[in-house]
Design a protein around this ligand. Sequence first.
Ligand SMILES: [Zn+2]
Length: 306
Amino acid sequence: MDPFLASAIFALGLAFGSFLNVCIYRLPLGLSVITPRSACPRCKHPIAFYDNIPVLSWLILRGRCRGCKARISPRYLMIEVITALLFVACYGVFGLTLSTLKYCTFAFLLLGLIFTDAETKLLPDKLTLPGLALGLIFSLFVPVNDLASQFLSNVVSLPLSGDISLRIFSLLDSGLGAVVGASFIYGAGAIYLRWRGMEGMGLGDVKLMAMIGAFLGIKLTVFTIFAASVAGSLFGLSTVLIVWLKRTHRFMKRLANPQAARRRGWQSAQMVYRFYQMPFGVFLGGTALLAFFFGNQVLRWYGSMW
Ligand SMILES: [Zn+2]
């Protein structure tokens, strides 16, 4: 890794992270990410360019608006740093290649979607749909090298030059990833709706998974869905468990009858189980991020066990 290039990519990552903050704040509100200039949400004072430098401005202003001293969430700083670290990690893994560009784009989109889902339970089309298109386009230049490329290319031979047919198989892999990812989530959402009588996964999750599938291909898409379901279930169960224990403890102190306290605690846990809506996009996005760094290693390890 060239330290000069790595620092330049880190700085670029900070700048993109700063733009991502604008996207995360404005896209769920349906606002333009280009105009107007960023302003303090409280005093509406436009933010000067020297107060808009990633990380540094936040530190210099100690996380407060220069005008009205309103607190600026450390989330802004965090997203800038995470974006920059992910960009450098992509460069570290893939060097100065088109793969790095592809995975930086993917990381940028995923981070935006993870945070909008966590904060607003929305997965804006303005991120997922261009993301899906980008994933398909990138597959023409960075081989997805999944099932179609590995198996179909031996069975079917296209009347085209070797290079072009490889690109077409790669595009097919990307498209199949998108279709498999989207239909899986759509099907799971429909089953969930019937089972629980409420929407667990919306169309936003379907489009998110189509985008992830287009970037990753079928195998890593299936891995992502599986890992996200495990992580999401563990998170959901521990949330119910924590509420149960905390509420029972509180009712024990408040009520004289321990049996009644236990019953009330159990009722609270059931309420959470019934009505808590998990931002599943956060888990899908998070595991997709892990999948492109470690997924292939996990799949190889899994394959070697058989
Ligand atoms: Zn202000």
